[in-house]
Design a protein around this ligand. Sequence first.
Ligand code: C5P
Length: 223
Amino acid sequence: MKKNKIFVACDSKNIQKVKEIIQKTQNSKLKIGYKFGLEFLNSKNGRKFISKLKNKITFGDYKLADIPNTCVSTIKAVRDLKFNYLTIHISSGLNALKAAKKVSGKTKLIGVTILTSLDNKSLKEIGFNKDLNNIVLEQAKLANKAKLDAIVCSPKEVNIVKKVFKKEIITPGIRFNSNAGDQKRTLTPKQAYKNGSDWLVIGRPITEGNIKNNLRNLINHLK
Ligand code: C5P
């Protein structure tokens, strides 16, 4: 049987903590990749640590949101880290997406849609008046046009994205219960896979507390 795929978010600036996360999430039941976000990537020793990591599926969550030239030069600047996946905000615009795709090489370029920490109210506050689902649909079309390799979206919007985007779908916003913290558009792991997510991104529900127990609970939940 095919293994469920999970990116564990290594959100810490502490190398020891990240080592612990990696060590305690090794298992034969799940296919695990490791996501490094802005906190770790900008920490003093984070870059060096990633450069030495061997035989892991890696995801550089840079969430680029910039003009085409800066997106391109940033992707080139981190090429030596050989990430398997790297993110760019789709809101950077079609030209930036196309330019980034041109230089991303073997690294799969992931387009990030509306963050899972936002809801319709927060979108209105930043001046977006369209309904969230419609914006995500438009963004998925743009990702398709720019020939991106994957999309990050809420597990609630997988069905919308799938209408126009046929490649990998990666969903953060995963929670086992209503304790969502700063996330707004969440589903459980089971629901997320049922909706058609290829990969889940899970951070705190795995990395906070007892990592091995959390992973065991996740595996049981998926049975
Ligand atoms: O701890 P939690 O499971 O909420 O972590 C989710 C991870 O996914 C974080 O590293 C966050 O930066 C990232 N992410 C997200 N929503 C997006 C894109 C990325 O939560 N739309």
